[in-house]
Design a protein around this ligand. Sequence first.
Ligand code: ATP
Ligand code: MG
Length: 355
Amino acid sequence: MAKTYKIATIPGDGIGVDITDAAIQVLKKLSDASGSFQFEFTNFDWSSKTYKERGYYIPEDGIEQLKKFDAIYFGAVGWPDVPDHISLWGLMLPLRNSLCQYVNVRPTRIIPGTSSPLANCKPGDLDWVIIRENSEGEYAGHGGETHTYYDNAVATDVSIYTQVGIERIMRFAFETAKSRPRKKLTMVTKSNAQRHGMVLWDRIFNYIKKEFPEVETDKMLVDAMTVRMVLQPSSMDTIVATNLHADILSDLAAALSGSIGIAPSSNLDPTRKNPSMFEPIHGSAPDIAGKGIANPVGAFWSAAEMVEWIGEKDAAAKLMKAIETVTEAGVKTKDLGGSKNTKEVTDAICAEIGK
Ligand code: ATP
Ligand code: MG
């Protein structure tokens, strides 16, 4: 009997819908080709459109419903008629927080057939995994606004860092670095200016690194890090940073690897008590939504990360190979300098999986 994995899909908004459809098509093809497992998809229509109709993104029992799944596949959230902080805090952040997905893994490399906007940056020169702290820090949601109705409004956003939160992300980052050939971890902070939480990051990094003597380490301030990513991309491998810093660095990383449409992300609960969630790093891209031209590679790469996480390593490798074969053959969307649309790239990858 083929094993069945239950996958919750939340396409969300804009191109999230296009690329989730494409990912489901590719995943079905992958399970058919394997014969040893299958997916059972359940769709959740939580989006900015349903928020406007119902007044909420996630129904009261929504998190409980999701807990029954083996994994969650997420498209994108955000639409111009809902303020971004409402949509992010209405859908994405409650999912990450309630499902204890405290790690966000964002790999970036130059895949075959694509190129970096950096002159002289060859494939292999840029091969990073950014480990983003996904549960606290600048995204703690703590703060408020006062004096709003006068002309001297005051607003605060308090970053919260906990020893438990920092230790668990550091250990995950060190384990990731240890598992990769170069065994190198760069920690990013802003501990010169943010003199409490970021200094705690430094301190915890310094004692956890003693548990991982085989991992080479260095530390960077986030501003200097952006320069190093552009000028010396090959000098880094695994990178660990806070929720906000890593969000910004991973958009930069994706752009440096060729397009924001390529990069995947995994929101993980490493304890495996809750389902983990997989999504491309790009957003809903309203400017190209519904046109059928979104690059689905980030969605497929995210799907490959999901397949790997649930334990089907051979199938995950097969999907990555199919993606790379197709991009190398020049079947690419416009953002990568190609002329194909979402469907053409998806069909080509399905055909490759079927070979
Ligand atoms: P978010 O706040 O959700 O991160 P964002 O405002 O940062 O979203 P994105 O939606 O990620 O922005 O997109 C930024 C731009 O990049 C889009 O306007 C679009 O032109 C381009 N883009 C993003 N994703 C893709 C994709 N998959 N294929 C092609 N172009 C894309
Ligand atoms: Mg963004």
